[in-house]
Write a protein that binds this ligand. Sequence first.
Ligand SMILES: [Zn+2]
Length: 266
Amino acid sequence: MDKWEIYVLKYAERTNALKHEHFLFTDTHNGPMPMDYFIWALKNEEGRVIIVDMGFEEKEAKKRGRRLLRTPAEALAEVRIDASEVEDLIVSHMHYDHCGNAHEFPKATFHIQEREMAFATGPNMKHPAFRDIFAVDYVVDMVRALFGDRVEFVDGFKELAPGITLHHVGGHTDGLQVVRVNTQRGWVVLAVDAIHLYANIEEINPFPLVLNVADMLNGYSTITNLADSPTHIIPGHDPLVLDRFPKVPGAEEFAVRADLTPNHWN
Ligand SMILES: [Zn+2]
């Protein structure tokens, strides 16, 4: 089975977020708790590359008050990956901060859960509470990709490549999927938005942007079972990831390797 390198690449941030915005069950202790925005690149020994998610663009960043630090394609270029040559791109879910920039990946096939496409184009989008976190242009990009024969659907589980499997967990959106990756230190799980921050799973306190709380809590169990240890679980938006894992030489400011043993765990 292939062993993969995992590049965690930060492309944007939200520095004005407050703690109570990240937890369904809140207490009186509030304060700043910033959020980072990432994409993830997987690379095997033969140089095959698979990308997880594609971020948002400047237009959406401005609209939502986020700070775009570099485009996802620029972040990839810094670790010597050419976005325009990428052939496989896993879309964890179709929220605006994971599903933009399709034009930067003109050769990519997008791997999406069936339920996510149905959710993002179906009756639940009548509700602003669910709809507002999607960007209609990015959803339409995926519909265009489908009509261009560039979408591969996943029905729950799929082995995408030797050492890479996709697992539906739902909860945050109806069709959210996580990515299990075989690495030199064992099975790592890219939880993406099934776990925004380490504290969400450590305190069993879900992120409040949730479609189904039971599915989200069951997702924590699924992810725990899929990962070799808590240090093998990579949350989707936690600034601690950049702090805990070894930095990528030449891209120290925004890129770390999650296939390597963490430098520390506190
Ligand atoms: Zn999301």
